[in-house]
Design a protein around this ligand. Structure first.
Ligand code: 6PG
Length: 480
């Protein structure tokens, strides 16, 4: 039988996706640039399955049903361009190339267009869930040529994780680079969630908690509104001990790595002018963590308060759980603001409820909470901001004071809480109807004649001669 899909790239994600698709009854043809990897896979993990191998791209393409579907699972960027260049002459109009890497959505925008000109249908498909997700059900975020969707829908939805209601965590996100943009935003939110958990960890350490207590607390939190994969595995990490019986976590060097999707989320937020402050702070926190040597030199030189534990630990941990929930609501509100802006800018018509459901299971940020977000957007598909939804409005109203108290505790005890405090500052800024930016406008006009609008007459820009000298010419005339 001819193959339903060809998969290029037999690294861990590629191999697991192939086995997953095979389990779902699809025939997969596997290819890797190094032939030995194909042979090893067929003789090993894939033995006894319907998976076929190919020793060249020609052979791969020749073994596929028409329209052909080829999925690329290799390092994003120029390696993908290289494979696409080789594939293009082998494919026919109407065939589909899926890129399952973490590609920059701007590159996917370009590829969808360029391949489209040759009649090839391109999908940039976010794949989340790591090794296990790929094997047993990832969250899949395909976007690109709309004509490709009916061709691959059944295969991708069968491969994807399912929500508790049995819906596949996979839907067509939108045209161009929409799928990769949604995946990028997922990763940005992942950075934010992880940073919040790290800050909660440092606050718990300041209470003198040992690793058993830490594990027990995260386990307990996982049965609360914080129920999520990242909290669950945090509890497991807290409980993990080396062969010597010591907790492993404090032995790990506190320098965080990053591959770039969080950074691109923050860059996109800056580009589009959307205050996605928590994710940006999470990226900067990783950058600060990487300055280990300077931090070690700074520690004995730069003064600050020594942390003292809260009087009532149980009450403090309750507050911390509330604060984490409040900050998470604010972070997701920011993430969805970014999605809304990109959707408008690129005319993607992103469906927010469907994005939330796609993230409900399978991916790294999977959580019960995403079910609440899907509900909010189902109730009102044109919801302007998550914070205006009744459920989230009530939740933030209930938990904001805990966030305030926890941030205050961190400030007074010298514990850095960039993500928690970004969440709180965003909240207080967002609920301020009349803010201080009048002064920014006045200063800009005072030193550079940049002009301002009056509240009584928005839309009309005027300049004031603040000093009585310096002229009346507004800078917009020469844009200084
Ligand atoms: C996923 C993850 C994954 C990402 C890693 C590492 O959804 O499965 O987001 O795509 O590559 O989490 O990201 P960093 O190295 O940037 O932390």
């Amino acid at each position: 039988t001819k193959g339903d899909i060809g998969l290029i790239g037999l690294a861990v994600m590629g191999q697991n996706l192939i086995l997953n698709m095979n389990d779902k009854g699809y025939t997969v043809v596997a290819y890797n640039r190094t032939q030995a990897k194909v042979d090893k896979f067929l003789a090993g993990e894939a033995s006894g399955t319907k998976v076929q191998g190919a020793s060249s791209l020609e052979e791969l393409v020749g073994k596929l049903k028409s329209p052909r579907v080829v999925m690329i699972m290799i390092k994003s960027g120029s390696p993908v361009d290289g494979v696409i260049d080789e594939l293009k002459p082998l494919l026919s109009p109407g065939d589909v190339i899926i890129d399952g890497g973490n590609e920059d959505y701007r590159i996917t925008n370009r590829r969808v267009k360029e391949l489209g000109e040759a009649g090839i249908l391109h999908l940039g498909c976010g794949v989340s869930g790591g090794e296990e997700g790929a094997r047993f059900g990832p969250s899949l975020m395909p976007g690109g040529a709309p004509e490709a969707w009916p061709i691959v829908k059944d295969l991708l939805q069968a491969t994807a994780a399912k929500t508790p209601d049995g819906e596949p965590c996979c839907d067509f996100m939108g045209s161009g680079g929409a799928g990769h943009f949604v995946k990028m935003t997922h990763n940005g939110i992942e950075y934010g969630d992880m940073q919040l958990i790290c800050e909660a960890y440092s606050l718990m350490l300041a209470q003198g908690m040992d690793h058993d207590e830490l594990a027990a607390t995260f386990t307990e939190w996982n049965s609360s509104e914080l129920d999520s994969y990242l909290i669950e595995i945090t509890a497991e990490i807290m409980a993990f001990r080396t062969d010597d019986g010591e907790p492993l976590l404090p032995l790990i060097l506190d320098k965080a790595g990053q591959k770039g999707t969080g950074r691109l989320t923050a860059i996109s937020a800056l580009d589009f002018g959307i205050p996605v402050t928590l994710i940006a702070e999470a990226v900067f926190a990783r950058c600060l963590s990487a300055l280990k040597d300077q931090r070690v030199r700074a520690a004995p030189q730069l003064s600050g308060p020594a942390a003292s534990s809260a009087d009532d630990r149980t009450a403090f941990l309750d507050k911390l759980r509330s604060a984490l929930y409040a900050a998470k609501i604010l972070s997701y509100a920011q993430g969805f603001m970014l999605l809304a802006e990109a959707s408008a800018k690129f005319e993607w018509e992103l469906n927010m409820a469907s994005i939330a459901l796609t993230w409900r299971e399978g991916c790294i940020i999977r959580s019960a909470f995403l079910g609440n977000i899907a509900d909010a957007y189902h109730k009102d598909p044109s919801l302007e901001n998550l914070l205006f939804d009744d459920f989230f409005n009530a939740a933030i109203t209930k938990h904001e004071s805990a966030l305030r108290e926890v941030v205050a505790y961190g400030v007074l005890n010298g514990i850095a809480l960039p993500a928690f405090s970004a969440a709180l500052s965003f909240y207080d800024g967002f609920r301020t109807a009349d803010g201080s930016a009048c002064l920014i406008q006045a200063l800009r006009d005072r030193f550079g004649a940049h002009q301002y609008e009056l509240k009584s007459n928005p839309g009309t820009f005027i300049h004031t001669n603040w000093t009585g000298h310096g002229g009346d010419v507004a800078s917009s005339t020469y844009n200084a």
